[in-house]
Design a protein around this ligand. Structure first.
Ligand code: GLU
Length: 428
């Protein structure tokens, strides 16, 4: 089955997945019933339909979403994705994951997520600019630097964040225009972005893998890894893991699957992808194989870095690895996860594994609020610190409750949220 088809078939699965994970964690820690009710629902769900003139003069109406799950710990925070699978259920699930992710990382944020249901590959750059600007305008006051702060996600990037920031600021009065830079994070460095934010997610993924190696007395040198998705997360995770001496032996994306047991050079592949509009197809230094074979490739580490629900009961039996590091949000179905845990395969859950991205965003936001310019090395050190603190907190919680890493990560996050609600109470 093609990656694309798997995604379409499991479009609804992500929301069911996040709720099953939440219920299990809430049971494990005996979360107070009232707080459980609050966290099981989303605060606000914004759906906008907006027209955009295409290059050929025709008008198209697009549908955009922003779900604001919870803001008990701070402003809503989370990405915007441009993909055909974006719908209200996907946005709900992804917004919830952001609430757990920011709480686990100890950030002063809540969780939100959104995007536009479209295939960005069929639009020109100027069409994407108009779509983005009109979407920002349609969201209006539903986003804001101290209210809800979007960031890049699947198929969105620094350029798109710059357009959002510019549109948002341009529609404000001149006196506050300059104070609105941090309405989005993940901007280009020249437009208030943070050095290192581009690689923050992949860097964070590898920081968690390094923590895993430390906790399990493993050496990453010589470890073979495979990556699904070679966008921002897939590339940077491969880049940093290769620096630890590990070897990238297979890559899959929506266009195909390729393998080279002697190693694929992440930089060479990235250079190829910049020529092919992001696709790995026709890369010279690897052999293309049937896509169904991907998850059966024998390796030490699998990094799913594409979309949700990729490892399910349909393919879980093939998995032949020691560790799954979830660069993507929600790549594992809860049933498949049980099978993997029974087999003794370790899983670094998404809300921990890919939290380097939102941690980087937090430092960008602080940099903008303080009108400063931070340095890449300092930023990466800060991210590594926060990610490894969250990793070992999760390990301790897993021991305390004799549970798996995902449930433990949820319990760390939910404990923080529960305390806040208990201290503050519920208005009125
Ligand atoms: N889209 C990323 C995520 O899922 C980053 C979110 C952010 O930086 O706000 O974590």
């Amino acid at each position: 089955m093609e990656v694309k088809e798997v995604n379409a078939a499991n479009k609804k699965g992500m929301y069911e997945n996040v709720m099953r994970q939440f219920d299990h964690a809430a049971d494990t820690m005996s979360l107070s019933p009232g707080i459980r009710k609050i966290l099981a629902s989303t605060n606000n769900e914004i759906v906008v339909h907006f027209p955009v003139k295409l290059d050929n003069g025709e008008i198209e109406v697009f549908t955009g979403y922003r779900v604001q799950h919870n803001n008990a710990l701070g402003p809503y925070k989370g990405g915007l994705r441009y993909h055909p699978t974006v719908d209200i259920d996907a946005a709900r699930a992804l917004a919830m994951w952001m609430t757990w992710k920011t709480a686990l990382a100890g950030l002063p944020y809540g969780g939100g997520k959104g995007g536009i249901q479209l295939n960005p590959k069929i639009y020109s750059n100027s069409e994407l600019e108009r779509i983005t600007r009109r979407f920002t305008f349609a969201l209006g006051e539903n986003i804001g630097p101290d209210h809800d702060i979007p960031a890049p996600d699947v198929n969105t990037n620094a350029q798109i964040m710059a357009w959002i920031s510019d549109t948002y600021s341009s529609t404000k009065s001149t006196s506050i225009r300059q104070k609105n830079l941090h309405v989005v994070t993940g901007k280009p460095v020249g437009s208030g972005g943070l050095e290192g934010r581009d690689r923050a997610t992949g860097f964070g993924v590898v920081s968690t893998i390094k923590s895993w190696a430390k906790a399990h007395n493993q050496d990453l040198n010589g470890k073979r890894f495979i990556v699904q998705g070679f966008g921002n997360v897939g590339y940077w995770a491969s880049y940093f893991l290769e620096k630890e001496g590990a070897k990238l032996i297979a890559v899959q994306d929506a266009s195909g699957t390729m393998i080279n047991k002697n190693g694929i050079n992440p930089d060479e592949l990235n250079a190829h992808c910049t020529e092919t509009n992001g696709s790995i197809s026709a890369f010279k230094n690897a052999t293309f194989i049937d896509s169904e074979e991907f998850f059966g490739i024998e390796c030490d580490i699998i990094i799913p870095a594409a979309l949700g629900n990729q490892i399910t009961m349909d393919n879980v039996d093939k998995i032949n690895t020691k560790l799954i590091a979830e660069g993507a949000n929600g790549p594992l179905d809860t049933e498949a996860e049980k099978v993997l845990l029974e087999k003794g395969i370790d899983i670094i859950p998404d809300i921990l594994c890919n939290s380097g991205g939102v941690i980087g965003s937090y430092y960008e936001w602080l940099q903008n609020k303080r009108s400063e310019n931070w340095k890449m090395d300092d930023v990466l050190n800060l991210i590594q610190d926060k990610v490894s603190t969250a990793y070992f907190k999760t390990v301790d919680m897993a021991k305390l409750h004799s549970t798996d890493m995902r449930t433990a990560a949820y319990v760390v996050a939910l404990t923080r949220l529960e305390l806040t609600y208990k201290e503050r109470g519920v208005f009125p």
